[in-house]
Write a protein that binds this ligand. Structure first.
Ligand SMILES: Nc1nc2c(ncn2[C@@H]2O[C@H](COP(=O)(O)OP(=O)(O)OP(=O)(O)O)[C@@H](O)[C@H]2O)c(=O)[nH]1
Ligand SMILES: [Mg+2]
Length: 511
């Protein structure tokens, strides 16, 4: 890199393992996404180490040769002397053999990731081995090794500490962080740290950290803290215990036990606090239940907040970052309609989003569940948008929101040429093609939303007794008043609105 940025950003190496079930395109997209995540966190990803494997190596994620390559970049010893070693099954060894041969080419620097070309070379073997290696056997195999490793890890850790302390002479701007595109076990994290001499993070850790930095509201902060503590708790034994031993205090386990208890208490406290906030929100949502509500949902960075701004004139944060939005915002369509239509902006989804993290964003999910219309926003200029849409759909399916009527919004079409747009239109005639940056498109979307609600509205007559005239605003808020007449009973209105709203208003004014 010839340009020197004014602020020195830590440099990172990305590590990705390509499993047999993952295509080359998907793997490349995964790594590109990890690069963006890492960038959002404030690091520059300067190199990528990628390897095809049936599963993560139990001890160190990568095979021996690859680990050396990685360590060469970070200045670590490249080995852990004993303990958590990866025992490779024959089938896996065969599949990986081609990989180890061409290893040198696959370690790439400065963004010239060689993953693609390498993958093409070995494509034939790839598809061949896919059949011979059943995933079931592979994962059982791995699990057994994992628990074995975990059982003996306390001793291993001690030995490792003595034998392979990384040298401190990291000359030049060596990458100081290694980011692995998979969720790692505590022992894998520690082993990799020993072998590379760098700080090691896994994908979940990166996401949790971004959430932590971007959380603004009290609620989002609490949700993130729950996710963070849940993520950290199982990792405490290794890291905290290890540190204690390194410092020669020797009271590792009891200290960790104490930490664990503290975490449990804090989690209970947070959950109780969150429950209170969420109850208030439930009330607010209950009050909004008869209103017309749409929710913008979708992959992170798809353009949800941009559409929210354009549709409602609100000032929600728009940023070319992953997980810019962590709070659910609700605003009325602007200029206002009668009845009002409320639009909600929600937190984005991402592949391999840890379950706890999803669960902690309950209010976003509730917002989606209770909307009458879900707008699935995708970045149609991203080649992997279909995969991203599937991620969104599967999370929403899990919480039962798939039954909510929805529309597909293919956003960022300003980045596509005419031919690409025509192809999209032909393939997805039901979708709305648009750009959040084009006011005409936003106006069209607004019409689509209004028409959706129009279609589910019914006409009815309401009689408002003269004694209740003070509450006439309620009628105007929830319905479109088509006609007004007066007689001896009161004001007679012909209205159009959602069946639920009309039923409630009819009852309310029946005195
Ligand atoms: N070219 C183009 N860029 C867009 C469009 N819509 C959004 N963007 C850009 O895409 C980036 C992400 O937009 P956001 O609206 O913040 O995306 P989001 O879906 O809210 O993302 P998260 O909050 O992170 O989940 C920003 O840089 C936007 O300016 C569009 O239609 N065309
Ligand atoms: Mg957003």
């Amino acid at each position: 890199m010839s340009k020197t940025p004014p602020v020195v950003r830590p440099r990172a190496v990305l590590v990705g393992v390509q499993f047999p079930s993952v295509t080359d395109t998907e793997h490349a997209a995964d790594l590109a996404e990890l690069k963006r995540l890492v960038h959002t966190l404030g690091y520059d990803a300067v190199a990528t180490v990628s390897q095809r494997r049936g599963a993560l190596a139990t001890g160190t994620v990568l095979g021996k040769g690859k680990l050396k390559d990685l360590a060469a970049l970070t200045g670590g010893p490249g080995v852990i002397t004993s303990g958590a070693r990866d025992r490779t099954s024959k089938a896996r060894a065969k599949w990986e053999a081609a990989e180890e041969d061409s290893e040198a080419e696959e370690t790439s620097e400065e963004g010239t990731e060689a993953t693609d070309s390498e993958s093409e070379d070995t494509e034939a073997e790839d598809s061949e081995t896919e059949g011979t290696e059943t995933e079931g056997t592979e994962s059982e195999d791995t699990e057994a090794e994992d628990s074995e490793t975990d059982d003996s890890e306390a001793e291993d850790v001690d030995e490792d500490d003595d034998a392979s302390e990384p040298e401190e002479d990291v000359s030049g701007p060596r990458p100081t962080v290694v980011v692995v595109d998979h969720e790692l076990s505590p022992s894998q994290l520690r082993n990799l740290e020993k072998a590379t001499g760098a700080q090691v993070m896994d994908r979940t850790g990166v996401i949790v950290d971004i959430f932590h930095r971007h959380a603004r509201s009290h609620e989002a902060r609490m949700q993130v803290e729950i996710a963070r503590l849940t993520y950290l708790a199982p990792r405490l034994r290794e890291s905290s215990g290890g540190r204690e031993r390194q410092q020669g205090r020797g009271a590792g386990d009891s200290a960790v036990e104490l930490d664990r208890r503290k975490i449990r208490d804090r989690l209970a406290e947070l959950r109780a606090g969150l429950a209170v906030i969420q109850k208030e929100q439930d009330h607010r949502r209950y009050a909004r239940r008869e209103q017309l509500r749409v929710a913008l949902v979708g992959y992170t960075n798809a353009g949800k907040s941009s559409l929210m701004r354009a549709l409602t004139g609100s000032e929600v944060l728009v940023a070319d970052q992953l997980f810019a939005t962590l709070d659910t915002t609700v605003r009325a369509l602007h200029p206002e309609t009668r009845p009002r239509v409320l639009v909600s902006d929600t937190v984005g989804f991402i592949q391999k989003l840890p379950h706890d993290l999803v669960a902690s964003f309950r209010s976003t999910l509730d917002e989606a569940l209770e909307a009458s219309l879900l707008l699935y926003v995708v970045d149609a200029s991203d080649p992997t948008w279909k995969l991203q849409l599937e991620v969104t759909r599967s999370v929403l399916r899990e919480i039962g929101a798939h039954t909510v009527p929805s529309k597909l919004l293919l956003n960022k079409t300003d980045r596509l040429d005419q031919a690409a747009q025509d192809a999209l239109r032909a393939e997805h005639p039901e979708a709305v093609l648009l750009s959040a940056h084009r006011p005409d498109d936003v106006a069209k979307l607004r019409q689509v939303i209004i028409q959706f609600f129009e279609a589910s509205m019914v006409e009815a007559h309401l009689v408002i007794p003269y004694a209740s005239q003070g509450r006439i605003g309620e009628v105007y808020e929830h319905t479109t008043v088509l006609n007004e007449e007066y007689d001896e009973h009161g004001r007679k209105l012909r209205v159009r609105g959602l069946p639920a709203a009309i039923a409630r208003l009819t009852q309310a004014f029946q005195a």
